[in-house]
Design a binder for this molecule. Structure first.
Ligand code: CA
Length: 444
């Protein structure tokens, strides 16, 4: 499990830095107790507030604007955007000083999110892909096998966004299934699809703010998630994803020490914009990460995705900092606990049908269970088994894409209904999730 970071940003730099050098300067020990970037806040002003009014408000906290976040998706809906502001004050004190000040619409911490993989463990050759099956000793899997047998193995014309680390796009079992068609095979050095990102061939890296979405073996979590959604099937190699064919786009915002709210918002909006303005048939994003508290900025970004008809499929999370599972109805875990209607929140089960000991739950905030213990998938080094609600979530994202491939006219609402309406009742999930069941894609 990665821990959150305290990024040591230089107040003088105009652009957010998240370089390897910065990371190594900030040992992991910093983090867990401090789930947001220190001396940094996100500020949104009331529309029409004058420059002087903004400056006066920021002066109350000695604020220094590092960056204005105004994404294409925000412009589309006439949203104001927000500022990433450095302050010499402690974050909570800065928030206290700015709350209620004229012209300030919202102020919040720049939270740090981490991925929701619990552990990696030895995989069992005989049950490598138990999550994909639905009979015999693998009866608690999602039964993608039945859909495959019916000839339903996905379609490259269905898209999903992977909001995570990067993924090894040229892995032998992923190659061809990760790309942005508006840039893939087009002119180098040119923003071919006009989305403001030059050469986002496989997606964009919002942590490093560059086109290199895959940065090496540290991108294991994102690579693993991608394999469960869409590793090549029937090629005689490695594993098979829920979809053998699908097109995945990387919106990387998690680096070695996690990722921030500001970058999560940019990542979510990047995918939304590829649908609303570039016309890609994007059905869902996979969000196997969490942390921090309630963020209005992130809520708003998820809502923009909702308006664009994109499901936001989120890991329920792996307990609190001690690793003990919690009820996220009473102790929210974000983003799973937001109430946007496009969210599907996922708990993890093991191959014997039990809810994983680490898996968060909640009959309001968690929708269903899916395979999340001992899940074999792609890794930078080849293949391997990981556990976590991070691993359960991409089974459901894969399900959304698979359903869309056989129901071309299905809306996000239809797809969510299909997923939640087809669960198999499961004792361990009864009283722990809204549906009381586990993912079942046999009829997709
Ligand atoms: Ca581009």
């Amino acid at each position: 499990m990665l821990t959150a970071c305290k990024k040591d940003l230089k107040p003088s730099s105009g652009v957010e830095e998240f370089s390897e050098a910065t990371r190594s300067d900030n040992p992991v020990a910093q983090a867990a107790s401090d789930p947001y970037v220190s001396n940094e806040v996100l500020v949104r002003f009331v529309e029409g507030t004058s420059e002087t009014g903004r400056a006066n408000a920021l002066a109350r906290i000695g604020g220094n604007v590092q960056e204005k976040v105004l994404t294409n998706a925000m412009k589309q809906v006439g949203a104001e955007g927000f500022y990433v502001v450095r302050t010499p004050l402690a974050v909570l004190m800065a928030i206290d000083k700015m709350k209620g000040v004229e012209g300030v619409a919202s102020i919040e911490p720049n939270y740090v999110y981490t991925h929701d993989a619990a552990s990696n463990d030895t995989y069992y050759l005989n049950n490598q892909l138990w999550g994909m099956y639905g009979g015999g000793t693998n009866q608690y899997g999602c039964d993608a096998d039945a859909a495959w047998t019916a000839g339903h193995t996905g379609s490259s014309s269905v898209y999903v966004g992977i909001i995570d680390e990067g993924a090894k796009f040229d892995h032998e079992d992923l190659s061809g299934n990760i790309k942005n068609p508006g840039e893939f095979g087009k002119t180098a050095g040119v923003d071919d699809d006009g989305n403001g990102y030059i050469d986002d061939i496989y997606g964009w890296d919002f942590a490093g703010n560059d086109k290199t979405t895959y940065d090496g073996t540290g991108d294991d979590h994102g690579t693993h998630v991608a394999g469960t959604i869409g590793a090549l099937g029937g090629n005689g190699k490695g594993v098979a994803g829920v979809n053998w064919n699908v097109t995945m786009i990387s919106a990387k915002f998690l680096g070695a020490n996690g990722g921030t709210t500001a970058n999560a918002v940019k990542a979510v909006d990047y995918i939304t914009d590829l649908k609303t303005r570039r016309g890609l048939n994007i059905v869902a994003t996979n969000n196997s990460w969490g942390g921090g508290g309630y963020s209005q900025a992130l809520y708003d970004a998820i809502e923009r995705a909702n308006q664009a008809g994109i499901l936001f499929i989120a890991a329920a999370g792996n307990g609190n900092q001690g690793g003990k599972a919690i009820n996220i109805d009473s102790r929210p875990s974000y983003p799973a606990s937001y109430n946007n209607s496009n969210i599907i929140s996922v708990a993890a089960i093991s191959s014997n049908g039990a809810i994983a000991s680490f898996s968060n739950y909640g009959t309001i905030s968690v929708d269903l269970g899916a395979p999340g213990v001992g899940i074999y998938s792609t890794l930078p080094s080849g293949y391997g088994s990981y556990s976590g609600t991070s691993m359960a979530t991409p089974h459901v994202t894969g399900a959304a894409a698979l359903y869309k491939s056989t129901h071309a006219a299905a809306t996000a609402v239809d797809i969510k209904s299909a997923i939640l309406g087809s669960v198999t009742p499961t004792a361990s999930l009864n009283g722990k999730t809204a549906t009381g069941g586990r993912l079942n894609v046999s009829g997709f």
